[in-house]
Design a protein around this ligand. Structure first.
Ligand code: UDP
Ligand code: MG
Length: 316
C-alpha cells in the first residue's frame, strides 16, 4: 500500500545558523515515522545569509528536500502560503526553522489527528518563559481585545506550528485575501482542531526576526482582517459626542433664559473640548484609513510573493 505523504513546511529567513540543527532533528523524526513518506519544503524568504546555499546543497543530496526562494523578503505569512501552495502531501505541517516548534512533537500530533479523527492538531505555548515581560503583557492585551471584538476566537499563545489534513489545507488556500493573518484564517476555516501545549523553548541559533514595532503592525493586521468593530466603535463615539453637544447646547440656552446676566467664561475648558473632539476625529479617520489602505492593497491584486528559484531550477 502506498504510504501517506506528510509535507513539512519551513519558512526560513536568515536561518543559516539554525538549519543544520533543524535538518538533524527532522531526519530523526522521519526515521521514527517509517509508516509515512515525507517531503520538506523550505521557503527562503529573501535571506541575506547563506540560507539559500544551504538549501541548494541539501536539495542536491536529499530527494525529500524541496525549496522555494523568494526574490526578496516578503514576510513569514507569504512564506507559509508559498509552502502550503506547493505542498503535495496528504497532510501538511508548518514549523519554524529555529527548533522553537519541536519537530519531535510530530509523531504525537499525527497520532492525535488519527485517533481523534480531527483535521488539525495545533500547538500553543504553555508559558512565555524567556520573553520580556512587557511583550507578554501586550500579547495578553492583544488576545483580550481581539477575542472581544472579532467572531474568530484566537487561542492565547497559539503558534503557527500546526498539522493539517489535505482538506483543511485546501480550505486555507481557497481564501485568496492579500492581507493574511494565518492564525485567524486557521480558525475561520473551521474544522475540528485539537490543541496541545508545550513549554517555550529558546531558539537554537540566530536571532528572532520580530521587533516590537513589527509585532504591533502584525496585531493591527489581525484586527483589521477579522473585525470591523473599530469602525462601529468610532461611529458610536461620534454619535455620543453628538448627543453630548446637543445636551450642552440646550443647557447653555436654558441657563441664558433663566439667568441672562451670566458672564461668558470657560476659555480653557472650551479649548480642552476642541482638542478632545479634534483628537477623536483624527483617531476615527485613522481607523477608517486602516481599513481603506487594506482595501486598496486588496484591489491591487498584487501577488503575495515572487519566486526567484526552486529546486527544479537547480535540476536543469
Ligand atoms: N521568518 C520568515 N520571514 C520573516 C520572518 C521570519 O520566514 O520575514 C521565519 C523564521 O525564519 C522562522 C519563523 O519565521 O523560521 C519564525 O520567526 P522567529 O523565530 O524570528 O519568530 P519568533 O519565534 O521569535 O516568534
Ligand atoms: Mg522563533
Amino acid at each position: 500500500m502506498k504510504k501517506e505523504l506528510i509535507s513539512v513546511i519551513v519558512p526560513c529567513y536568515n536561518e543559516a545558523e539554525a538549519l543544520h540543527y533543524f535538518f538533524e532533528e527532522l531526519d530523526r523524526v522521519i526515521f521514527d515515522m517509517p509508516e509515512y513518506d515525507f517531503e520538506a519544503i523550505y521557503v527562503d524568504d529573501g535571506s541575506k545569509d547563506a540560507t539559500l546555499e544551504i538549501l541548494r546543497s541539501r536539495a542536491s543530496v536529499d530527494k525529500k528536500t524541496r525549496y522555494v526562494s523568494f526574490s526578496r523578503n516578503f514576510g513569514k505569512e507569504a512564506g507559509m502560503l508559498a509552502g502550503l501552495r506547493s505542498a503535495k502531501g496528504d497532510y501538511a505541517v508548518i514549523m519554524d526553522a529555529d527548533l522553537q516548534d519541536p519537530p519531535s512533537l510530530l509523531p504525537q500530533m499525527m497520532s492525535i489527528l488519527k485517533e481523534k479523527k480531527v483535521d488539525s492538531v495545533a500547538t500553543r505555548r504553555g508559558n512565555r518563559k524567556g520573553e520580556p515581560p512587557i511583550r507578554s503583557f501586550f500579547a495578553k492585551c492583544f488576545y483580550g481585545i481581539v477575542n472581544k471584538i472579532s467572531k474568530v476566537k484566537l487561542v492565547p499563545g497559539a503558534r503557527d506550528y500546526r498539522l493539517m489534513s489535505r482538506r483543511m489545507v485546501d480550505a486555507v488556500l481557497s481564501l485568496c485575501e492579500y492581507n493574511r493573518f494565518s492564525k485567524g484564517i486557521f480558525e475561520w476555516v473551521g474544522f475540528k482542531t485539537e490543541w496541545i501545549s508545550y513549554q517555550n523553548i529558546e531558539r537554537v541559533a540566530g536571532k528572532t526576526k520580530w521587533s516590537f514595532w513589527g509585532l504591533f503592525k502584525y496585531s493591527l493586521e489581525c484586527i483589521v482582517a477579522f473585525s470591523t468593530a473599530p469602525l462601529a466603535i468610532s461611529s458610536l463615539c461620534g454619535f455620543m459626542m453628538f448627543i453630548v453637544s446637543i445636551i450642552g447646547a440646550l443647557a447653555i440656552v436654558i441657563r441664558k433664559i433663566i439667568d441672562s446676566s451670566s458672564a461668558v467664561g470657560g476659555w480653557a475648558s472650551t479649548i480642552c473640548v476642541i482638542l478632545f473632539v479634534g483628537g477623536l476625529q483624527l483617531l476615527c479617520i485613522g481607523v477608517l484609513g486602516q481599513y481603506l489602505s487594506k482595501t486598496y492593497m486588496e484591489t491591487k491584486r498584487r501577488p503575495d510573493y515572487i519566486i526567484a528559484e526552486t529546486e527544479k531550477d537547480e535540476d536543469n
